[in-house]
Each structure stands twice: as C-alpha cells, then as structure tokens.
Design a protein around this ligand. Structure first.
Ligand SMILES: Cc1cc2nc3c(=O)[nH]c(=O)nc-3n(C[C@H](O)[C@H](O)[C@H](O)COP(=O)(O)OP(=O)(O)OC[C@H]3O[C@@H](n4cnc5c(N)ncnc54)[C@H](O)[C@@H]3O)c2cc1C
Ligand SMILES: C[S@@+](CC[C@H](N)C(=O)[O-])C[C@H]1O[C@@H](n2cnc3c(N)ncnc32)[C@H](O)[C@@H]1O
Length: 618
C-alpha cells in the first residue's frame, strides 16, 4: 500500500492517546510536557547547548503527536541565539491525522499557540519527506514518513542530539533494532548526544556497540532511570557548512533570473538569513515563461510507487504548503480527465492504490481524478510578497563570471543560475531543450470562483480571468511569438475540456501570451551544485569502462543551478528552492536523498560518460 498506515489509536478516559498495536501511550499520563523537557531537552543540556551556535540539529525517532517538537520549539523561542537556526528532523511510520493530533495536543494549553502553527501546516498523509519551516522563529521541521529503517536511509543530516521515543522496546522492537544505531552514527555530528526514557539492556548494548558512551541517569516521574549517551571521539560526520562564509548568516547570494525558480530561491534564501540580490535583464520579475496571468499547481501521479513518482509527490506537497495563504494563490480542485486510453488505465491503477488520501484525491466518473489540494496562482499578485527584503536589479544586461562568483560588478559568496534556457549555454551537459508554449485568455464581466479542469491542456477561471492552454512545440531559439495556429490548437482543446465559458470565449476579445520552457530529457528539473564540466571527464573517466569513480563529482565552487522546470515550474520551484537553500547552508536535507539525486545537475553528464557519448571524440 502506498499510503502510510494510520496508527491504531485509542484514547484513555483521561484523554491520553494510546497505540493499541503496541499497547503503549504516546506520552506520560502524568505530565507529558514536563517529561519531554526532563527526558529529552534537559538531558542534552538545552538551552545552554545551543547558545553560540549558528545551527543546532535534533533528530527524533517517533514524531507521534509532535509534543517533543513543540516542547523544543517553545524552549528555542525563549532562548535562541541571535543568529541560530534549529533543525528538527523526525521519523514517523504511522502518522496521526491532523484531527487526532489536535485532540492530543489540546491537552497542553501552554503550547497552544505553537500547536496552532504546527497543526495548520500538519503534513497530509503521504509517504516521503515533508519539510515545514517557520522563518520568524528560525526553526524548521523535516518529517520523514515511512518505516524507520527506510526513512533513515532516505535522510541526510548531522544531528547534534537524538531523541529516541519509539514506544517501549519490549513492545515495539522495530524502533530499537541494533542495526539502526550505526545509521544514527552516520547521521551524527562528533560528540552528538542521545537521550531516551528506556534503559533496556539491549538498547544500551546496541548503542554502546555502535559507538555511543551510554550512562543511566535518574529518571523522571514514575520512571526510576533514563538513558543518556554521547558519541565516542573520532566518530560522526562534521556538519555541512556554507564553505564560502563562516556560519551562513549574512551569506551574500546573487541569483540570475527572476522567473518562478529565481523568485522562490530569493524568498527561501532570504528567510534563511542570506543577503540576496536578484538580477534579470528584463524590466520586471516574471517576464519569461513564468509571466502568464495564471498558472496551475497540480500533481503528476504515477501508477506505481517509484522514486520518480515519490519525487513528484514530494514537490507537489511542498508547493501546496509554500503557496498556502500567499497573495494571488487560491486553493482549487482540478478535475483531471484522462486524455487517452493509456492515461485512463494509469488513472484506474492510481485509484486502486492511491498515493494520497481522500482529502487530496478522489475518483470522478469516467476514470477521472479530482485533485483537491491544487493551487491556482496569479504570479503578478505573488511577486511583491516573495521579493520582500530582496535587492532586485532589473532592466540591465546581466554578465556572470561563475569561476569568480561575480555578477556584473558585484562579488558574491554564492551564485545561483536560474535563468531558464540561458543556464544551458554555460552548462552544455544539461542538454536543455526549448519548448514553446502559448496560453490564451480574456476578461469576463462575470466574476467566477477559482475553478480548473485539465486533460493535457487546462482551462482556468478565477475572478474575471478565463485562461486556457497550453501548446507545447519545438522552438528554434529565435523570437518568442504568439501565433494564430497555437490559438486554434488551444481553442480546440478548450472545446474538449468544455468549461462553462467556452461560448463566451468565441465572442470575447482574446489575448495570447507565449513563453519558452526549458525542458530536460528525463523531464526532471536541474537543481543543485554546478558540476565542473571541464574536469568531470577526467575524474570520472572510469565510468566509461564500467568502473566506480573514486572521488566526488567536481563542482564549480559556490555555483548552483536551478532550471529545466519544463511544464511544471510552479510546482517544482518552491521545493527546489528549499533543496538548494539547504545545500548552500549545509542544513539537513529537506527532501529525500533519492529525490535529490534525481534532480542533480550532473546526472546527464554521468550517464553520457558511462555510455561513451560525452565528451565527443573521447
Ligand atoms: C504557455 C505556458 C504555460 C505554462 N503553464 C504552467 C502552469 O500552469 N503551471 C506550471 O507549473 N508551469 C507552467 N508552465 C511552465 C512554467 O511556466 C515554467 O516551468 C517556469 O516558468 C520556468 O521558470 P523559470 O524561472 O525557470 O524560467 P523563466 O520564467 O523563463 O525565467 C527565467 C528568467 O531568466 C531571465 N534571464 C535570461 N537570461 C538571463 C541572464 N543571462 N541573466 C539573468 N537572467 C536571465 C529571463 O529574463 C527570465 O526572466 C507553462 C509554460 C508555458 C510556456
Ligand atoms: C511514543 S510515540 C512518540 C511520541 C512523540 N515523540 C510525541 O512527541 O508525541 C512513538 C512513535 O513511534 C512511531 N513508530 C513506531 N514504530 C515505528 C516504526 N517501525 N517506524 C517508524 N515509526 C514508528 C509511532 O507511530 C509513534 O508515533
């Protein structure tokens, strides 16, 4: 089953949530919040431990109701250092529904305001990695949903402390298997601490064998003892770091390209504390492909559970969260009609084993899907808010010297190239292909609520706007122009979609807008550090003969790429911006490792080296 299982939840008469599968409680009946503070936070020396630190990372096995996270957030809010950021990375196999979490957390009025924020952003039930962030408090939560073993494998972090909170080891062995502890060591910083309520012998031995020095300490409440541990010297991974600037805050980042990719990057990097300057030769943001009057954020679901289908769901859910409540972003349910027999079969198979719950996805007659969490975005209304606090330089030619991290006459610690097809001119191995597209639209005297229908093409209505498209054509690289033939193709698609205003569209004065999408051969975007294409063929020559490279992919220091968004830039961009921001700052990975690798800029070059098709004549 693709959907993660629900917990088998019951409630004690006093309101304590119980897991009937393990017959254990989520938190102490007496005072869970005080216990959480004593067993986990005080045990690791918080809040003193995170003073004078730019970043502090806590890993937790067993997210449950989120109570430990809220206790941590509350303490962090009261004590965080000026420049610090707290990363909380948690693992959960049986996610609670929002309503159940709300019921459980309502017991703790002391953290009501914070639980309100958490519940508002509560992830939908879907396997994979969910990243939530509250920049004002400089705290983020990365939740890996799935069996603990798989999720640890999908994660990348360097924890300063671990909270082990996976029900009693006697009743829930899976969360305490000795094979998990070496995985924790690989994801720990030197001297990382470990805190847990159990002193079970097997847990002590397992942790000790893996490299933690463990000690029994006085317990809390009815528990006589608890366990504390610290990683032995010589073990653990140093945290990632923004190599170009000591701690990350005040990092100067220059971004090329003010499309949806560059603008979301500017927002995420600014929220994380970077000084961001955004360049575009056009006079205003969203002058390229991103500038249609409306765009649709909807999922592309696959029939089977593959890394690519998980990647697309991860990105879609990240986009949902990122656009929620922002200006020009309306929630909309998209009726998605199969455009061919193949799609019909795919949709039927999706519904047999859906990757998203009924709050997100429903079956409609005729094998159609209803995507209930989609978003209708009006870019012109969104730009101003996303660019708050960002230094923008529009309307002048933009010259970049990647090796020196310069844009025009400005020097930066980090450059991000988000200039659509232009990125492919400097990085040839990306093999970007331009695809021309057109939408047509008119303004109606009748105001409409947000509505959307899709079937290859789409038709959108919101307020006075009626918009439909889009064509998808080869492009030779010349001028980007609208055409009557594209208008005719869109009109015929609109008739097939048959929204209620098709008649009005024939009488209305139509406007058209064309843009060029940068597409990649595998349809996944390009997001991450730039490969050094001059050196890669030598460092990775062995690939050609089926060998394993002995070194990392060589990079252009401090340069990142964000392009290749194809037909789904509005879905990919917020997720991609979170990924690149974390990579720049050396933060825990906010996406799964598999997803990160699927969008890595070097993937095509490595494949070409393997096949012997690059470099030419080699
Ligand atoms: C007709 C049409 C309809 C679409 N509908 C949707 C939709 O409904 N939903 C969806 O998710 N996606 C949609 N897409 C796809 C989406 O628009 C793109 O994926 C997305 O806009 C790409 O964003 P971007 O920031 O990479 O590129 P762009 O928006 O093209 O931005 C690139 C920017 O780089 C600037 N630039 C160029 N050269 C340089 C340079 N040397 N230095 C600095 N800046 C430079 C350009 O001026 C431009 O502003 C549609 C595309 C088209 C064409
Ligand atoms: C004691 S509760 C955690 C309480 C939580 N820290 C809180 O603050 O509410 C234990 C959690 O571990 C999760 N869990 C149990 N077995 C698991 C497994 N094999 N993989 C992932 N999560 C698991 C349970 O679903 C449950 O949410």
């Amino acid at each position: 089953m693709r959907l993660p299982p629900r917990p088998m939840l019951d409630w004690k008469p006093d309101g304590t949530p119980v897991d009937t599968r393990t017959d254990d409680v989520y938190y102490s009946v007496d005072d869970g919040l005080a216990e959480s503070r004593a067993i986990f936070l005080e045990a690791i020396g918080a809040p003193e431990i995170w003073q004078n630190r730019d970043g502090f990372t806590i890993g937790e096995l067993g997210f449950g109701t989120g109570l430990n996270f809220l206790a941590t957030w509350q303490l962090w809010q009261r004590s965080r250092p000026d420049r610090g950021w707290l990363h909380f990375v948690s693992f959960e196999g049986f996610p609670l529904d929002r309503e159940d979490a709300a019921q459980a957390l309502s017991r703790w009025p002391e953290v009501a305001a914070l639980s309100g924020h958490l519940l508002q952003a509560w992830p939908v039930r879907a396997a994979g990695t969910h990243h939530l962030s509250w920049p004002r408090d400089r705290i983020s939560l990365t939740l890996h949903i799935g069996p603990v073993r798989d999720c640890l494998d999908a994660s990348e972090l360097a924890a300063d402390a671990w909270f082990l909170d996976g029900f009693s080891p006697a009743r829930n062995e899976d969360m305490w298997l000795p094979s998990l502890w070496p995985e924790l060591v690989q994801r720990s910083r030197p001297e990382a601490q470990i805190a847990t309520f159990t002193v079970a012998g097997a847990v002590r031995r397992g942790l000790s064998d893996a490299g933690f020095r463990v000690e029994k300490r006085p317990g809390y409440g009815r528990k006589r003892e608890r366990l504390w541990g610290c990683l032995q010297p010589g073990l653990g991974v140093p945290p990632g770091r923004a190599p170009e600037a000591g701690g990350g805050q005040g990092l100067r980042v220059g971004i090329c390209g003010a499309g949806i990719g560059g603008v979301w990057l500017a927002r995420c990097l600014r929220d994380r504390g970077a000084e961001v300057t955004l360049f575009d030769p056009a006079a205003a943001p969203f002058s390229g492909a991103s500038g249609n009057p409306a765009a649709l954020v909807m999922p592309r679901l696959d029939a089977t559970d593959t890394p690519v289908s998980r990647l697309m769901i991860e990105a879609y859910l990240a986009a949902q969260r990122a656009y929620a409540g922002r200006p020009g972003c309306d929630p909309v349910s998209v009726r998605h009609l199969p455009e061919s027999e193949r799609t019909r079969v795919r949709f039927d198979r999706i519904l047999e084993d859906p990757p998203l719950g009924l709050d997100q996805l429903e079956a409609l007659p005729g094998s159609a899907l209803l995507h209930k969490g989609a978003v209708l975005v009006r870019p012109d209304q969104l730009a101003r808010q996303l660019l708050e606090g960002v230094d923008t330089r529009f309307g002048a030619p933009v010259e970049t010297v990647d090796a020196r991290r310069r844009i025009n006459d400005c020097a930066f610690d980090v450059l991000v190239l988000a200039s659509g097809m232009a990125v492919g001119e400097a990085y040839r191995t990306l093999s970007l292909e331009p695809r021309l597209g057109q939408v047509d639209f008119f303004r109606s005297p009748v105001e409409a609520p947000p509505s959307a229908i899709a079937s290859g093409h789409y038709a959108l209505a919101v307020d006075d706007l009626r918009l439909w498209g889009a064509t998808f054509e080869a492009h030779s690289g010349g001028q980007v122009q609208t055409s009557l033939s594209a208008q005719a193709a869109n009109a015929s698609a609109l008739e097939g979609l048959a929204p209620y205003w098709v008649g009005e569209s024939r009488r209305a004065a139509l406007s058209s807008r064309a843009g060029v999408r940068a597409t990649t051969p595998d349809r996944q975007p390009v997001l991450g550090p730039a490969p050094d294409e001059a050196v890669l063929p030598q460092t990775h020559a062995v690939l050609r003969h089926g060998g394993e490279p002995t070194q990392d992919v060589p990079r252009v220091p401090g340069v990142y790429l964000a392009t290749g968004f194809g037909s789904r830039g509005f879905t990919w961009a917020p997720w991609g911006a979170q990924l690149i921001t974390a990579q720049i700052f050396g933060d825990p990975l906010p996406v799964s490792r598999a997803s990160r690798d699927l969008v890595a800029p070097e993937r095509r070059a490595l494949r070409a080296l393997k096949r012997g098709t690059w470099p030419a004549g080699a």
